[in-house]
Each structure stands twice: as structure tokens, then as C-alpha cells.
Write a protein that binds this ligand. Sequence first.
Ligand code: PXP
Length: 239
Amino acid sequence: MQTKLSVNINKIATLRNSRGGDNPNVIKAAIDCQTFGADGITVHPRPDERHIRYSDVREIAPIITTEFNIEGNPLEDKFVALVLEVKPHQVTLVPDSRDQLTSNHGWDTIKEKNYLRGIIEVFKKAGIRVSIFTDPVEAIVAGAADTGTDRVELYTEEYARQYHKDKEHAIAAYANAARVAAEHKLGLNAGHDLDRDNLAYFRKHVPGLLEVSIGHALIADALYYGLENTIQLYRRQLQ
Ligand code: PXP
């Protein structure tokens, strides 16, 4: 099974925004990522639009020939409206606060079960697959099964942080979370701080991994190796 690589293009928008013009063009970047072998495109519109903009998301949707994944916090009404308008293949719900630098925790699927159930139903009724961002904690992943979500996305920052110190220790919670997800018939995605060094080991030891979404490290590598080579390099780690 090949794990799908969804390229998060927020960083390309961040570079564009730093000069206020249209270089690099994010629509072209999305088209090129797909041509170069990405299995999907991920965007994470934040409420202040400091990375990808809501208008970008609308413009990218029609050029997607692979899989479109939109991440964000459904507590923002305008995020929910955008997703329902654009109808991506997948929405990934992330409990990030408005001014957070980047996502830094998953849902508490036990405390927030009723809220999640309600909002997940809204997206599923619209025919959109739902994934929710979770820490690799057994009870949290088991709790996700009660929310009606199709998938969980395991938050991998801690794995990435520990990988170079002790990779067997770093992977243990994730392999266990994958087992719990499979028991509950939940699909499995992963993301955050995955990179060229830590990706293959993660893929090898986390059974049933359907998809990873990668932005920061992949776009940084592209500065040295070029976007096409880099996407191919990452895809090879996922075979
Ligand atoms: N998954 C989620 C929910 C995220 O918020 C992010 C960062 O926007 C990623 C995956 C990708 O993380 P990275 O940019 O470190 O690859």
C-alpha cells in the first residue's frame, strides 16, 4: 500500500504574502505539485489569512485533479461556510486558536464528543470525508470513533522531536494509536513536522497509514532540491 502524500502549500502562500504580490503563484504551485507526483493538496486557511487566503482556496478547488484536503477550526463559522461551498474531498478539523503559530494539539474527543458529533455530521451530510486531528493517545483515538469521524490525523510533532534521540520510543505511541484506530475502523492520516529523515520510519512502523500531509520541511527541501525532485523523494519514503 502506498501512503498518499498531500502537499500542504501554505508555506508557498506565506512566501507570496511577504511581498504582497503574486510571486510565487499558489495556483500554479498546486498544479505543479500534482504534476510532480503529489497525491493531494492541503491548505490550512487561518482566520487572519496570514498564509493561504480564503480566495486562494476557492481558486484552487477547480484545478484539483488529485485530492483536496482543507484543514481548519470549525469553531470559525466562515471556515465551515468555506468548506461547504468548496466541497473538498476531505476536511481535517483542527482545534487551533486564532493566533496560534501552528497547530499544537489535537481534539479532546471525550470532552468534545457532542460538539464534534454535530459538526462532523454537517460535513458528512455534504458528502465530505472528515478527519480529526488527535494526539496519539489510546483513549482519545478510541473516543474519536464515537464522534462519527471517518479518519483521525495523528499529530506527529512529538514523534519528530523524539526521533533523533530514540526512534523506537518515539514511534511507540503512534504504532499503538494506529492499532486502536484500526480496531475502531477509523482511517489513519498523520502530519506535522514529518520530514525526509523521519518519514520512512514512521511509515514502516505505523500500519494502515493512508495519508500524510507535509508542508514546512518539504517546501524547505524544495529550495535545495527543487519541487519536483523533492516530491519524488518524499513519495519514495512512503512506498
Ligand atoms: N497537519 C496539520 C493539522 C497542520 O496544522 C499542519 C501545519 O499546518 C500540518 C499537518 C503540516 O505540518 P508541517 O508544515 O510541519 O509539515
